[in-house]
Each structure stands twice: as structure tokens, then as C-alpha cells.
Design a protein around this ligand. Structure first.
Ligand code: CA
Length: 300
């Protein structure tokens, strides 16, 4: 994996509700290198493509199954069978406390008709499109919260690694990158589950350079928050942290999350953000909600 890669974060999620088949098909047409899947198990052990272990910030679960919430007031994917989950409507992400849409300028909340789907169904969509178009777009699955799954007597990693093997994703040459925030679990995936795929260790908290050496023992790259790459802006110019260089010294690729054209923060344009991270900070790829814009810029 040598050239700079573009990962469609939750599909073309800047334009359609995240992780729907529609968002994935649209992302596919934008020709990123990879399309991302976040994975959580249903009660009957079907991996569902959804960002959180909860259902209530992207579906109408509270009106379809009002009595199925836990004591904390939340609805959990793991408490529903796959067939029950299929009765839900998926919508643009919102705050379940007040109903407010998270990104107000994105696809309108509650409109049209979107559904949940399984990991296998999404692999079949992408492999089917690869067959019919002749492209070779990859998958970039993330195992969500393995600790929570273990607490619910579920071995999500084993289930996912088996499915990947069955669909032909077996080595680092196959177009699949497997990611997880839980370092112990990702190491287990490499060693105990004998997974030979390209593995990305996601980094949640403060950057700790000490840990890179440990990650390099089992992972092929790291996925930091993009702000962990930026230090301070002085006289209009960014100073960078040592993260990318240090990771490269350990032979680790760096794929930061998440570049959004409608959440520029410290940048004046999306192009400026992409240019700085790809060409000054020298990242190897990035997650974006707007794969069309990143593809257009990097092609130039
Ligand atoms: Ca993810």
C-alpha cells in the first residue's frame, strides 16, 4: 500500500445518512480506494453496519420499540435480532435527547426510506460493483467496542475475521484494511486469531510516541485524530507534531480521521486542509465524509 489512499468514512456520509447502502453506493461512484464499515453484533450474532453500539441516534427505534431501552435510557443493537433491526428506519444522525440533527446542512432528518444492513450484504454490494464496473475498491471494516461485546458473551472479532476470510480477504495484498481502537484486541486478532490482513491501530487519546513501537509489533499502521498531527499555528503556518515521522520510522502507515468539508475548524478551506495533511504532514491516507472532493483534489 504505497500511494496515498482515500477512505470513504461511513460511505458518502456528507451527502446521505451514514452507513446506509445508498451512502455506500454513492461513495463507490466517487471512486475512493476504500469504503468504511463500522460493525456491531445483533442479538443473533449478525454483524450490523452501524457506528455505535446504540441505535437511538440514527434510527426511529424509540418509536418502534419504546419498551426495549436499557436502564440508561439507551437502545442497544445487541438487544435486537437482525429481523427486528430491519423494521427500523435509518435517518441522518441526531441528538436523541433533543432530536436535533447533528450536521444541519446534510441530508434532512427523517426523510426518504433508509434501512440497516449486515456486513455481508455490504461486502456483496462492493464486490458486486467491482465485478460490474471493473474497479477494485476495497473495504475498511472497524470492529466496534470488543470489550462491550465480550461482556455480552460475544466474540465479534472472531466472527468478523471468519467472514472476511470467507469473502476472500486473507492477506495484506487483498483490498481490505481491518481497524480497531482496542489495542489488546487488535493484537489478539493478529496473534491469536492468526489474521494476516493489513491492520490499523486507531488512536483515541493523547498521542503517546512510546506506544508506536508496541503497535508496530502487530499493526501495519495507525489511525489518529487529524488534530494529533497538528501542533500550533504560528504566523499563519502550521507546526506539526512528530506523530507522522515517528510512525514512519516504525514502518507504520498513518491514516487520520476525519476530514470534513463542513467542519473545517482551523482551516479556511477543505483544499487547504487536504494539502497540509497529505503534502506537508505526509500522511498516507485519510478518512473523509466527502470522498468526491478529496478524489478531485488529489487527482490535480
Ligand atoms: Ca469508524
Amino acid at each position: 500500500m504505497n500511494s496515498k489512499i482515500i477512505i470513504a468514512h461511513r460511505g458518502a456520509s456528507g451527502y446521505l445518512p451514514e452507513h446506509t447502502m445508498e451512502a455506500k453506493a454513492m461513495a463507490y461512484a466517487m471512486k475512493p480506494d476504500f469504503i468504511e464499515q463500522d460493525l456491531v453484533l445483533s442479538k443473533d450474532d449478525i454483524p450490523v453496519v452501524i457506528h455505535d453500539i446504540y441505535l437511538d441516534d440514527v434510527t426511529n427505534v424509540s418509536s418502534v420499540y419504546p419498551n426495549r431501552k436499557r436502564k440508561d435510557g439507551r437502545y442497544y443493537v445487541v438487544d435486537f435480532t437482525f429481523d427486528e433491526l430491519l423494521c427500523l428506519k435509518v435517518t441522518e444522525r441526531f441528538n436523541p435527547k433533543n432530536g436535533e440533527q447533528f450536521y444541519p446542512n446534510r441530508f434532512p432528518k427523517g426523510k426518504s426510506n433508509f434501512k440497516l444492513h449486515s456486513f455481508q450484504q455490504e461486502i456483496e454490494l462492493i464486490q458486486g460493483l467491482n465485478h460490474s464496473t471493473g474497479n477494485t475498491i476495497g473495504i475498511y471494516p472497524e470492529i466496534k467496542n470488543p470489550e462491550f461485546h465480550h461482556q455480552n458473551q460475544k466474540d465479534i472479532s472472531k466472527i468478523i475475521v471468519d467472514i472476511l476470510f470467507e469473502y476472500g480477504y486473507r492477506t495484506k495484498e487483498d483490498k481490505c484494511v481491518l481497524q480497531c481502537f482496542d489495542a489488546k484486541e487488535l493484537e489478539r486478532i493478529r496473534i491469536e486469531l492468526k489474521c494476516n490482513l493489513f491492520l490499523i491501530q486507531l488512536i483515541e487519546n493523547e498521542f503517546d510516541a512510546q506506544k508506536l513501537g508496541y503497535y508496530a509489533r502487530y499493526a501495519d499502521g495507525v489511525g489518529p485524530w487529524y488534530k494529533q498531527i497538528l501542533d500550533v499555528k504560528e504566523k499563519g503556518k502550521w507546526k506539526l507534531t512528530t506523530l507522522v515521522n515517528k510512525a514512519h520510522e516504525y514502518g507504520l502507515k498513518v491514516h487520520p480521521y476525519t476530514l470534513r468539508a463542513d467542519e473545517l475548524n482551523e482551516f479556511s478551506s477543505f483544499e487547504e486542509m487536504i494539502e497540509l495533511l497529505f503534502y506537508e504532514a505526509n500522511i498516507d491516507g485519510a478518512f473523509t465524509d466527502f470522498p468526491d472532493k478529496m478524489v478531485a483534489f488529489l487527482k490535480k
